[in-house]
Design a binder for this molecule. Structure first.
Ligand code: XIL
Length: 386
């Protein structure tokens, strides 16, 4: 058994010299006992990693800038994914500019530490997440509008994918299904080009720019009751891709366990294991691989007591991961952040008692939590895959 952390530290040391030596010298950090999560995953043909953020150029406000956090990433991860840095609202301050600096920093860190890089996302097809200039972009009317819209979308994808030839797994389209009724969301692109044509165009452009990369449709339909329409809409979308020959290789299952959609409050219920398996069976039956792209546990409705909360979160995660890893089609597991205090869930649907959430694998003192052990145990129990 290879202990990836020592290999990484040595390689990282050679690549980064002083910077990595500083990482190694952080006092008070507790490393998890035994092999890293990357090594446990790799032993089963899986890839494990995390999202990470980089602040604006010249600032040190990203999680990448916290040495304790970087240490955890280096110790545990085989792949990194920029949390926001490849989204239009960061990359594209206007129609002409590509601001690659923030994502480039993450790419350089991954390279220095011999980690892979995955891409999120080429088209978050949800108007809320478009930069303001794009939300109101006037493509004009008729066939000319469709051509202009297509030009902007294809140019974006071609340039971004070409800038990161090392990315071998892309969330091409993110969250285009409306969980309320399973329909495809409308945006300026779909108004100009048509809904299906917009999504197909994105995948074809990604395939042309990265013929060997795994191309993923990513969404947050979950196993909890209340996700029925969302799941049905996603299956319909996946079926359409197959019928039209759209190059989509995998379904990205975000896996924000216990996270309610604020647009449909009150809908979140208990896990529906049978219905969920039927959903996954349908997707894999159409030939899609699976990726768990944004794993975390929203402990909003779990007990205040930390030990009880950790136990509940870990049990939920273990049951879910056991189910998902049983599918040999599951190829990657990405945590959506590795240290509680930086989790996006702290600000999203906060707990009623105001307590900070324990949503990730490491606590605020950079110590592994029972959730980390649940993930490790699930990897150990998982069947091997090619
Ligand atoms: C979130 C980030 O974590 C936040 O920092 C940001 O403010 C909003 O986006 N689904 C996704 C991710 O596909 O891109 C989201 O990330 C979380 C939900």
């Amino acid at each position: 058994m290879t202990f990836r952390r020592s290999v990484l530290s040595r390689r990282g040391f050679m690549a980064l010299g002083g910077a990595t030596a500083a990482l190694g010298a952080i006092p008070g950090l507790a490393q998890a006992a035994g092999p890293s999560l990357a090594a446990l995953a790799k032993a089963k043909g899986l890839r494990f990693g995390s999202a990470v953020s980089a602040g604006p150029p010249g600032s040190n406000t990203g999680t990448l800038d916290d040495p304790g956090y970087s240490r955890v990433l280096v110790d545990e991860c085989g792949v990194l994914v920029p949390e926001n840095e490849l989204k239009w609202y960061v990359l594209r301050p206007d129609a002409k500019t590509f601001a690659f600096e923030r994502a480039d920093r993450i790419a350089a860190f991954a390279k220095a530490h011999d980690m892979a890089l995955r891409g999120h996302t080429l088209l978050w097809h949800h108007p809320k997440w478009f930069p303001a200039w794009l939300q109101h972009y006037d493509f004009g009317k008729g066939p000319a509008a469709a051509k202009t819209a297509e030009g902007l979308l294809v140019d974006h994808i071609a340039k971004v994918v070409a800038h990161y030839p090392q990315i071998d797994s892309w969330d091409v389209v993110n969250e285009t299904i409306d969980p309320k009724d399973g329909s495809i969301r409308h945006t300026v692109f779909s108004d100009a080009m048509g809904q299906e044509h917009t999504l197909d165009t994105a995948f074809h452009a990604a395939r042309a720019a990265a013929p060997k990369a795994r191309l993923v449709y990513n969404d947050y339909m979950g196993w909890e009751a209340g996700n029925e329409a969302h799941r049905a809409g996603v299956l319909k979308l996946l079926e359409g891709f197959r019928k039209r020959g759209t190059p989509v290789d995998a379904l990205g299952v975000q896996s924000h366990l216990g996270t309610e959609d604020p647009a449909a409050p009150g809908s979140l219920g208990k896990p529906q294991e049978k219905a969920w398996r039927a959903f996954i069976d349908e997707a894999t039956g159409m030939g899609y691989d699976l990726l768990l792209t944004e794993f975390d546990v929203n402990d909003r409705d779990m007990p205040a007591d930390v030990a009880a909360r950790d136990a509940a979160g870990a049990a939920l995660a273990k049951a879910y991961l056991d189910l998902m890893l049983d599918y040999r089609q599951t190829k990657e597991v990405l945590a959506w952040g590795m240290v509680d205090k930086y989790s996006w869930l702290q600000g999203f649907t906060p707990r009623k008692d105001g307590l900070p959430k324990r949503a990730t694998l490491y606590d605020d003192a950079y110590k592994p939590t029972p959730l980390r052990e649940a993930v490790a145990a699930a990897f150990q129990a998982a069947p091997a895959r090619a």
